[in-house]
Design a protein around this ligand. Structure first.
Ligand SMILES: Cc1cc2nc3c(=O)[nH]c(=O)nc-3n(C[C@H](O)[C@H](O)[C@H](O)COP(=O)(O)O)c2cc1C
Length: 227
């Protein structure tokens, strides 16, 4: 089976996954829908979260067998960590191509969306004519592994306005069961899917000072491709 599978909360990884699906003619699937266990060719697109592989992606990688894997990590121009190397080391050896794609940060309200799809062409070509590669390690902040979910939770608050009509779509869309009776609990990782999916736009984020200062740091726009 050939497929492009994505994990995406604010749409950046999904848009890039859709590009690969279109170029390769593979079906596109959300990682949270029922997925197959075996793939001949798989392209996996997901966001970097706190310089780490999101838990949902780790679980998926643990449970599948892939002959030819292409891994694409989107990141918000802060730091992409070392997630592709970690995937090859801990989960799947058979990697044929990889990329770190700088795109809009979920927490920054600007037009930083990645649009240079032509630059991803070498990945498409390599996925069509696969041979295995060894991914190099990249710098990852040694503190990145310390309670990443808690740091995200402490970094920003999600506030509900009077526009909320109680439709509960936010709770239905949450992957973590983090919204119960209209209240956000400690399962929340601040992925912002709820904010994105609210039809009333009744959810807003409020960055706390340490995260606000961190997000003011110099950005990197580096697209890194391994083929
Ligand atoms: C919880 C969380 C943690 C994030 N951590 C990082 C990070 O460490 N480095 C970075 O550059 N971007 C980071 N980002 C930004 C996302 O990686 C980036 O916006 C990504 O493209 C979002 O993908 P999506 O729209 O498919 O969910 C983070 C976003 C979230 C929600």
């Amino acid at each position: 089976m050939n497929k492009v599978v994505f994990y995406s909360n604010t749409g950046q990884s999904k848009a890039i996954a859709a590009y690969f699906a279109n170029q390769l003619g593979y079906p596109l699937a959300d990682i949270e829908t029922k997925c197959a266990k075996h793939y001949r060719n798989l392209v996996l697109v997901f966001p970097v979260h706190c310089q780490n592989i999101p838990g949902i992606v780790k679980t998926f990688l643990k449970n599948v067998a892939v002959e030819n894997l292409t891994v694409v990590a989107t990141y918000g121009k802060m730091c992409c960590g070392n997630v592709l190397y970690e995937i090859q080391k801990k989960y799947q050896k058979n990697i044929v191509a990889g990329a770190y794609v700088p795109t809009k940060h979920s927490y920054i309200d600007d037009d930083g969306v990645f649009r240079d799809f032509d630059k991803l062409k070498p990945i498409v070509e390599k996925a069509k004519d696969p041979s295995y590669i060894q991914l190099p390690g990249l710098y990852k902040n040694p503190l990145a592994d310390i309670l990443p979910k808690l740091r995200s939770r402490l970094g920003l608050a999600i506030q509900k306005s009077a526009d909320c009509n109680g439709c509960n779509l936010c709770a239905a869309r949450c992957s973590f069961g983090a919204i119960k009776k209209g209240k956000i609990n400690s399962n929340c990782v601040r992925c912002l899917r709820c904010v994105e999916s609210c039809p009333q736009q009744a959810l807003r984020i409020k960055l706390r000072l340490p995260l606000k200062l961190y997000l003011r740091k110099k950005k990197t726009n580096k697209l890194i491709i391994y083929v």
